[in-house]
Design a protein around this ligand. Structure first.
Ligand code: PEP
Length: 261
């Protein structure tokens, strides 16, 4: 059975001073059974968040990692530097694809780097609005997933058993617009079909697929009601303990229902 996962992506918000108290509030607000709970603060606030959530069961993730192991990359952070600081890392977020022009192949190399050091990769993918309007959403995302995973295989590595794929339609991120549950389920099926082509059906069934894009306590129920959607990657609402309380409660209900099914 796949885990139910809720991940707060804090983006470039919080400081070392306020991240700890906020993380402690969120850890308390999301203290539910059988749900994997992850907070991804900025690099500079990882230590404060880790100290604040210690013993709560909340896990800590990074928002990015460099695709090379080490070297002359001023200002960058390697997988080795993150080892033991975080258990998860978001990669390929659409804001990085937009601002740093990250490609699917680069994201594949990041999976390799994370897997080498035992950090679980949470790989983002998603279509632009014009691609959805042209009826090309599923094929666009499938191409992203295929190119990324094939890069990992071409590097001589098996796909990691802890890979998570977060489907985030770009037009839904930070806009207050969401996809529908049915759209997300259609995309999850498309993603798993591509993963199955690359790595086999059994592996594809084991990969959790999350939805992301303006998720709130009000909208999350529609997504987690879909059996193919295993949780959420949450931006804005991930900074709000009251929102995270509602999201975690829905996640716990879904986890319990799936365990009893
Ligand atoms: C995100 O940062 O991945 C995200 C989905 O943001 P928001 O929930 O604010 O749309």
């Amino acid at each position: 059975m796949r885990p139910v996962i809720i991940t707060a992506n804090w983006k470039m918000n919080t400081t070392p001073a306020d991240a700890g108290p906020l993380a402690a509030d969120i850890a308390k607000a999301t203290d539910v059974a059988n749900v994997t709970r992850i907070i991804c603060p900025p690099f500079t606030n990882i230590a404060a968040v880790s100290a604040a959530v210690e013993g709560s069961g909340t896990l800590v993730g990074a928002q990015n990692v460099h695709a090379e192991s080490k070297g002359a990359y001023t200002g960058e952070v390697s997988a080795d530097m993150l080892k033991r600081l975080v258990s998860w890392c978001i990669i390929g977020h659409s804001e990085r694809r937009r601002d740093q022009l990250e490609s699917d192949e680069l994201v594949g190399h990041k999976i390799v780097r994370l897997t080498e050091v035992g950090i679980s990769p949470m790989m983002c993918c998603g279509e632009q609005l014009d691609e959805r309007e042209a009826g090309k959403a599923v094929e666009t995302v499938q191409a992203q997933v295929k190119a990324t995973l094939e890069t990992v295989l071409a590097a001589g590595m098996n796909l990691p058993s802890d890979l998570v794929i977060a489907y985030e339609p770009v037009w839904a991120i930070g806009t207050g617009r969401t996809a529908t549950g049915a759209d997300a389920a259609e995309m999850a099926a498309g993603i798993r079909a591509t993963v199955a082509d690359v790595a086999g059906a059994e592996y594809a069934e084991s990969v959790p697929v999350l939805y992301g894009g303006s998720v709130t306590a009000d909208s999350f129920g529609e997504f987690i009601a879909e059996p193919s959607i295993d949780g959420a990657l949450i931006g804005g609402a991930g900074l709000k303990p009251d929102q995270m309380t509602g999201i975690a409660a829905l996640a716990a209900e879904a986890a319990a229902a799936r365990a009893n099914a």
